[in-house]
Design a protein around this ligand. Structure first.
Ligand SMILES: Nc1ncnc2c1ncn2[C@@H]1O[C@H](COP(=O)(O)OP(=O)(O)O)[C@@H](O)[C@H]1O
Ligand SMILES: [Mg+2]
Length: 256
């Protein structure tokens, strides 16, 4: 097992509020890990730090064997870290296919001239990228929707499209922020299968923030629990959810 991510003692404050306090997260190749905790626990903040959106006030962070300091989010994406957001962020008026193609654009090699004048090289690369985007859509059984406008899809399909889009950057680690939020039980069930498939088929390590306990317990091999910025439990999923501090944290908020 190769260690892909190692975040140690990460802390970040927002105007006196410690959103994360000595947060630790290790991810090894091919792992499927859950990050859970009540609303406001700091889960999304952890994603924002790990993906370079926020700079931590203290702590060390290694990604793919490199020490990360002041790196831009797109640089971390290029190195193999992809994510989805808690609120859907798609290019609304682009087609499903175009949404999946977008993250690949910075790796195109044809010149601007070739793009303007539509040379042979341009079409060759365009076709290859379209094909790759379609292959990704096939994994999600969405290839038949390729030409639809992204926002015309039902909610559950839009959430799946977000994951497909994240896959297009060829990640080694995929961070999913509440991918099942707003999905019905059938959609959630399908999403579980897809997430497991992505890991099994491509060996991508997945860190999942999720409130749906059926999903968390159904696919995660290890859990980390946050409460008010602190890790209060971690390890085997069944042991963790039966931990009395975890139960107390969830009952205490009244929103679960
Ligand atoms: N950009 C920000 N500015 C100020 N406070 C923030 C910001 N982001 C998050 N917070 C606060 O940090 C805490 C953790 O938020 P968040 O990470 O979104 O929680 P979770 O995803 O676990 O529900 C909350 O109290 C939230 O209000
Ligand atoms: Mg959140």
């Amino acid at each position: 097992m190769t260690k892909l991510m190692d975040a140690r003692n990460i802390s970040i404050e927002f105007g006196g509020l410690k959103a994360l306090n000595n947060f630790n997260m290790e991810i090894n190749s091919g792992e499927l890990v859950g990050l859970i905790g009540p609303n406001g626990a700091g889960k999304t903040t952890a994603f924002n730090v790990l993906t370079g959106i926020y700079q931590p006030s203290s702590g060390e962070y290694e990604l793919f064997g490199e020490v990360i300091k002041n790196r831009k989010p797109y640089q971390l994406v290029e190195s193999g870290l992809a994510r989805t957001f808690q609120n859907i962020r798609l290019f609304k008026h682009l087609s499903v296919l175009q949404n999946v193609r977008v993250p690949q654009n910075n790796s195109m090699t044809y010149s601007i001239g070739a793009g303007m004048f539509r040379t042979k090289n341009y079409w060759k690369e365009e076709n290859e990228y379209n094909k790759r985007a379609l292959d990704i859509l096939k994994i999600f059984e969405m290839d038949h929707l390729a030409e639809y406008e992204a926002t015309s899809l039902p909610y559950g399909e839009q959430r799946k499209l977000e994951i497909a889009r994240a896959m297009a950057s060829n990640p080694k680690i995929l961070l999913l922020d509440e991918p099942a939020a707003g999905m019905n039980p059938k959609e959630t069930e399908e999403l579980m299968k897809t997430i497991r498939f992505i890991r099994d088929e491509f060996g991508i390590a997945i860190l999942l923030i999720e409130h749906d306990m059926k999903m968390v317990l159904g696919i995660c091999e290890r859990l980390v629990v946050l409460d008010m910025g602190n890790i209060i439990a971690e390890g085997d999923p069944m042991e963790v959810v039966n931990d009395k501090n975890v139960i107390k944290a969830y009952l205490g908020t009244g929103d679960e």
